[in-house]
Design a protein around this ligand. Structure first.
Ligand SMILES: Nc1ncnc2c1ncn2[C@@H]1O[C@H](COP(=O)(O)OP(=O)(O)OP(=O)(O)O)[C@@H](O)[C@H]1O
Length: 342
């Protein structure tokens, strides 16, 4: 099973220009609100029509603007779990799941799914008589009953509270693991995407630079959008000088990078990357003054104004002896600075 997507769609003030290609592995579209993640899923499912492009599922072309192919949603073999689950409100749990089975004509799977999702005692209830987590299980069972080739999950935990979210995520991870086709998860939660998927595409302003191995993406973000989405606290403009050195105006520091990357526009640094002790490898030094300390349950984020710099440095530390207005010298190993090209 595989999916190939190369589509364009112009909406009022927004342009989707999305390319994706994946085999039967779980992948995530990670992006800020309004970046075009849901629209991508809706185009794949056939509930929205792209202006141009092609969508191929499992070798079958389901949309091709040039060849005028546009299969209706029920013929695409896709299962889309909406953010609000979209259950039929006047049908019982069993009837909702039967609707999915009608598409696949595999009615025998209904009882197995009711059992798998622990819905035996709820099967005669209406959706309005269920909790958010139970509704989500019914919606997932209904989708799996249709035996889709692609499973698409649009922010599947957004309607759940934090505790239930974790329980449901564990069950979802089992469903994804046993699903034989491609799963596409849409999320703006990086940790959720990391736990559930193998590859991640960062979506920004309707575009993506393609799928990346999740570890590679988190360890080496290449763009400012990627750096923000993987949780880098320091993302700063940078200037590449003709001699190859990089100048960071916000911190008023320069350094010679360990590897040559053309067209560096910015850098990102995790707040964990700084040390108080001189590191053994190449590093740069930042002198500054502590302007704020924000204590969390396990550590603190310290905001520092660098000497002669115009910006802020974010440092995460467990050191409890720090004081506001204190002068400080921090070391940053050069291999902790990610060079970003846009
Ligand atoms: N029917 C529509 N008509 C015009 N613009 C739309 C329509 N549907 C969505 N949009 C716009 O398209 C853009 C992408 O929307 P989309 O729902 O794909 O974002 P998203 O990344 O899924 O965001 P979220 O995480 O908030 O759900 C947004 O700017 C949205 O306002």
């Amino acid at each position: 099973m595989s999916i190939f997507v190369d589509i364009e769609k112009n909406l009022d003030g927004f342009r989707l220009n999305m390319q994706l290609e994946a085999d039967n592995i779980p992948i995530a579209l990670l992006g800020a609100s309004g970046s075009g993640k849901s629209m991508t899923l809706r185009c794949i499912a056939g509930v929205e029509k792209p202006d141009r492009g092609k969508i191929v599922i499992d070798g079958q072309c389901v949309f091709d603007s040039e060849k005028k192919i546009n299969l209706p949603p029920q013929e695409r073999g896709t299962g889309l779990l909406f953010q609000n689950y979209a259950l039929f409100p006047t049908m019982t749990v069993r009837q909702n799941i039967m609707c999915g089975a009608r598409r696949s004509r595999k009615y025998t799977c209904v009882d197995a799914l009711i059992q798998q999702f622990g819905l035996e005692k709820l099967d005669k209830r209406l959706p309005s008589e269920l909790s958010g987590g139970q509704q989500q299980r019914v919606a997932l069972a209904r989708i799996l009953a249709s035996q889709p080739r692609i499973l698409m999950l649009d922010e599947p935990f957004s309607a759940l509270d934090a505790f239930l979210r974790w329980q449901v995520e564990q069950q979802m991870s089992e469903v994804i693991e046993s699903f034989p086709g491609t799963t596409i998860l849409v999320s703006h939660n990086r940790e959720e995407a990391y736990r559930l998927c193998q590859k991640i595409a960062v979506v920004q302003d309707g575009k993506t630079h393609g799928l990346r191995e999740k570890r590679e993406l988190f360890c080496h973000p290449k763009t400012q959008a990627e750096a923000h989405l993987v949780g880098m606290e320091n993302v700063l403009d940078a200037q590449q000088q003709s001699d190859g050195t990089i100048y960071i105006p916000a911190w008023n520091v320069s350094f010679t990078p360990q590897n040559t990357v053309p067209n560096v526009r910015a850098v990102s640094v995790s707040a964990h990357a700084f040390t108080l002790e001189e590191p053994p490898s190449d590093y740069l030094t930042v002198n500054g003054c502590i302007t704020r300390i924000m204590h969390g349950p396990t550590d603190a984020i310290v905001l520092i104004t660098p000497q002669q710099g115009s910006g802020v440095l974010h440092w995460r530390t467990c050191n409890t002896s720090l004081q506001r207005d204190q002068s400080i010298r921090l070391y940053l190993p050069l291999d902790q600075i990610h060079l970003l090209t846009e």
